[in-house]
Design a protein around this ligand. Structure first.
Ligand code: NAP
Length: 278
């Protein structure tokens, strides 16, 4: 497993994390308290930690904070980096404080490592949101501020607003199929020590489709028998030092596979080949 400093923090997270958004059905069922497959998901997250993954992404929206809680309490809290997100309608100071308290309670933890604004909300003053987050850092309830689905311009605005703390990360849709439009933002983040968390890093599973096998076969000539999905993850971390893919963790086999192959780095020629073909 490769560990890299996460943005401007000195915390080294695994370069591949675990995402815990499942689907709308799961979210809906949690409201009715009719969980199905909860044990399988907990087991997948546990197997990821056991295999060296210490970066876990959730959100109040995903309704998975409560399934992460029983898993992480069996590990040393300060060796894990837990990221959650506040829903865009909860960005006013009072709502944000309440949302953070709920997330702390759901996760059964004293602090959140990374608290991310899930989506920008133009109807709520960003300055007030970020000032509240700075206060929450000073109160010890969260450590770092993250953004998600912000444009480069809005990220720069957020940086200008902050006075005491900094933007640590941004979460974006980034994978081998969807990459060109993200290049400027990723470059800016690299120059400014901001971590980029890549969501949909497997193109929502598309990379595993047989139609792409011939391109991944070419890469296998160099690195051996590695599954498509893991070549696609290797592409993201080989191309960029500041990108942390967070493939979904719902299946023990996939999670252990993602951990097992996470130290593969592609050479320049193979990176170029994939970029030409995909
Ligand atoms: N910030 C945002 O707005 C935002 C939006 C969307 C997602 N996210 C985050 O990003 C995470 C990942 O997104 P995602 O789950 O939609 O897309 P993804 O990780 O690109 O793709 C998930 C699909 O890939 C499969 N998969 C995982 N590992 C695999 C492997 N080794 N081989 C083959 N298939 C594999 C999964 O199947 P199995 O389930 O069977 O393993 C699932 O079908 C989410 O969980 C969430 O934390 C954030």
């Amino acid at each position: 497993m490769i560990y890299r400093e996460f943005g401007n923090t000195s915390f080294k997270t695994s370069c591949i994390g675990m995402g815990t958004y499942y689907d709308m059905r799961w979210i809906f069922k949690t409201y009715l308290d009719i969980y199905t497959g909860r044990e399988q998901k907990e087991d997948a997250i546990k197997s990821g930690i056991d295999n060296g993954i210490n970066l876990i992404d959730t959100a109040e929206l995903y309704r998975t904070e409560k399934i992460i809680a029983p898993v992480i309490k069996n590990y040393k809290r300060d060796e894990l980096f837990i990221a959650t997100k506040v829903f865009p309608t909860h960005l006013s100071p009072n709502s944000l404080e309440r949302a953070l308290s709920r997330s702390l309670k759901n996760l059964e933890t004293d602090y959140i490592d990374l608290y991310q604004i899930h989506f920008p909300n133009p109807t709520i003053d960003l300055k007030k949101t970020l000032r509240t987050m700075e206060r929450m850092i000073d109160a010890g309830k969260m450590k770092y501020i993250g953004l998600s689905n912000f444009s480069l311009n809005l990220l720069k605005r957020a940086q200008d607003i902050l006075s005491k703390h900094e933007i640590t990360s941004i979460q974006i849709n980034y994978n081998i199929f969807h990459r060109k439009s993200q290049n400027d933002l990723i470059k800016y983040c690299e120059q400014n020590h901001i971590a980029v968390m890549a969501y949909f890093p497997l193109g929502h599973g598309r990379v595993a489709q047989k139609q792409y096998n011939e391109y991944f076969d070419y890469i296998r000539k160099t690195i051996g028998d590695v599954p498509n999905a893991n070549i696609a993850l290797a592409y993201l971390i080989s191309k960029n030092q500041n990108v942390f893919p967070i493939p979904r963790a719902s299946n023990r086999l996939h999670v252990t596979q993602n951990a097992k192959y996470s130290d593969i780095i592609l050479n320049e020629e193979d990176i170029k080949y994939l970029e030409e073909k995909l």
